[in-house]
Write a protein that binds this ligand. Structure first.
Ligand code: AMP
Length: 208
């Protein structure tokens, strides 16, 4: 192990994720990563107050990928059943998260998929039919579309992330988000990230 990975290595991250961290060139965990990764790995629900640029995306991705590798998938598994669900307010953010997830899952064999509005529906459907879905990154509206058509089932989700929750509410997605939450199994881990904490965000966090 190189000197650079000592900080990350002390956090309990799976070796195959550590290898990817070295490959993407992160040398030291950022403060939010050092604080949140051990808590998430212990299975706690978490609320993180974090702006873009703090490394919050890698914080939840590194933790989720480690957990997926440490917990074997259910024996009976079907296509279209994600184990981890990440909901973000915009297409750009979904694409960025999925890009980071692809880099961090490089040595794991886990599959990352995305659903966003304004992109070819059939193409997004095809990825679901081709492989198991380990991590699904989606905007709330498109996720509901796929769910209502019976293409994606949310009852096997083990961990759910609401990223940029304040923007999600500002953009009027609260009803979609609540509909998605109602489809998730009651036993799951919840992670919520938001730059600001209005009463609505606190209410949403309490609901989780
Ligand atoms: P985020 O706050 O998730 O939007 O991340 C901001 C940027 O920091 C992204 O470009 C990441 O690739 C990068 N990043 C995340 N964690 C680290 C780290 N530990 N060291 C260096 N760069 C990082």
């Amino acid at each position: 192990m190189t000197q650079e990975t000592v900080g990350f290595a002390a956090l309990g991250i799976h070796p195959n994720v550590l290898a990817a961290i070295v490959a993407v060139g992160y040398e030291e965990p950022s403060p939010i990563q050092a604080q949140s990764i051990p808590l998430i790995l212990e299975g706690h629900d978490m609320i993180g107050q974090a702006q873009t640029g703090t490394g919050k995306t890698a914080a939840f991705l590194i933790s989720i990928i480690t957990q997926l590798l440490q917990t074997p998938p259910p024996k009976e598994r079907y296509m279209g059943e994600p184990r981890a669900l990440i909901i973000a307010p915009t297409r750009e953010l979904v694409v960025q998260i999925a890009k980071d997830a692809a880099a961090l899952t490089k040595y794991t064999g886990l599959n990352v998929m995305t659903f966003v509005g304004g992109m070819d529906f059939d193409k997004q459907l095809k990825q679901l039919e081709a492989r198991f879905c380990d991590i699904l990154v989606a905007t709330p509206g498109r996720l509901l579309d796929f769910n209502q058509r019976g293409e994606v089932h949310l009852d096997m989700v083990e961990v759910m992330v609401l990223d940029e929750a304040d923007r999600m509410l500002d953009m009027g997605f609260i009803h979609d988000v609540k509909k998605v939450l109602a489809k998730l199994p009651p036993k799951r881990q919840n992670l919520l990230f938001s730059a600001t904490f209005s009463k609505d965000i606190v209410d949403l966090a309490n609901k989780l």
